[in-house]
Design a protein around this ligand. Sequence first.
Ligand SMILES: Cc1cc2nc3c(=O)[nH]c(=O)nc-3n(C[C@H](O)[C@H](O)[C@H](O)COP(=O)(O)OP(=O)(O)OC[C@H]3O[C@@H](n4cnc5c(N)ncnc54)[C@H](O)[C@@H]3O)c2cc1C
Length: 428
Amino acid sequence: MNLPAHSTSRPSPSRSGYSKIVVVGGGITGVTCALALQRRGLAVTIVDEGLAERRCSFGNAGSLSPGSVAPLAMPGVLSQVPGMLIDPYAPLHIRARYILQVAPWLWQFIRSASPKRVEEISHGLSALLSSSIELYTKLLTEIRANDLIRRRGQLQLYTSKKGFQKDAAVWALRRARGVTVEDVSLDDIRQLEPAISPRYNCGVYLPNEGMITDPARLVERLAEAFVRNGGQIVNAKVAAFDIDETSPRAVSTNHAPVAGDAFVIAAGAWSNQLSSSIGDKVPLQTQRGYHVTLNNPGIELNRPVVAADRKYFVTPMDMGIRVAGTVEFDRLDSPPNYDRARALVDCIPELLPSITIDKKSLWMGNRPCMPDSLPVIDRSTSFPNVYYAFGNGHLGLTGAPMTAEIIAALVMGETPAIDVSPFHVSRF
Ligand SMILES: Cc1cc2nc3c(=O)[nH]c(=O)nc-3n(C[C@H](O)[C@H](O)[C@H](O)COP(=O)(O)OP(=O)(O)OC[C@H]3O[C@@H](n4cnc5c(N)ncnc54)[C@H](O)[C@@H]3O)c2cc1C
């Protein structure tokens, strides 16, 4: 697929043009954007509905995965679609009642799996993600919250060589992008994580991956720092842009309007509702994921472990061991199907036979997903003072700090640190 050239006729905002920025969305993307803009001397207001648990950033698996440079749609993905439809507990499932609505997105998803496109996408992901841990370390050092980040790598494990072999293209692509990927034997696994069942006997160790020990707390701590530095948070639901003769001057909400010179849409899976109202209808799809957090697991883990054949993460967090994953295509507003979370609980003893499953919490979150696994980080095609920062999908925690750096550079009229052409809003 050829990416359309970005229009050069769109006016460039001048550095001095904006002083008051409104960020819509207070998840990890919104707060990191707000902090990056604030650091450049701008007055920033975050407008967010204020329902922390509704955010995808609240309950994710906490993994910082700079090495996740392979898109979800790899060559051959078409053959997996029937399984997604038939098996309700498949790691990737499409609700039958939703199939017609999701069909256009699925078509783009399948198209993005061509070998040439996968290669291009992996370069985009690599640029976006590779400095994630360094950027978080800097950010968290500034706000004295280093306790939230851990850097002990990640294990991705399989129960058979055959299963491992099935993902060979993914591991080859990661290595081709310079990611350190070390094959591990049963002995290596036992040394790194004694709690793991010998059923999981092969896989890889990714030494340069990291994790956040409490993703909800991360957003809270960043938001607290933002407010301490003079930022404002307004708890309200944005309904629309208030547009004067030339461009948006405020957002209308269920409370008072919030005025600004420029606007950043970082509303996660809900972002398309606002972008399409000003002419940028994007193929943004929610992929619902679930977690189960076991508060008294009775075992120790040192790092995130992925049961790669079943595609779920197990992460040792401050509040217990979190098991997170699964992909469910459904409407943004349909109620959670906690049977999918319970199915995760059923799987855990296969990986961690001594785990105690008693006190647990269940959660569902909406991943904001584009068909090509790349986010939208760009300016609106209609209004130069509206910016987009959404669609980081399965990697939104990892991708947030670089997304924020790009947005800050675009708003300031500077050249971003990386090539932003892979993230253009009009690429579909
Ligand atoms: C089970 C699961 C596991 C995951 N694991 C990982 C992982 O290990 N590593 C990783 O990198 N990523 C992971 N992710 C993905 C990551 O969590 C998301 O990509 C990321 O949190 C998205 O952040 P966001 O700020 O863009 O969106 P959100 O966190 O969803 O925030 C959007 C905010 O915008 C607000 N909002 C929406 N519409 C409006 C409106 N009209 N007015 C006002 N406010 C509005 C919402 O209320 C919300 O607070 C996982 C996701 C899931 C579901």
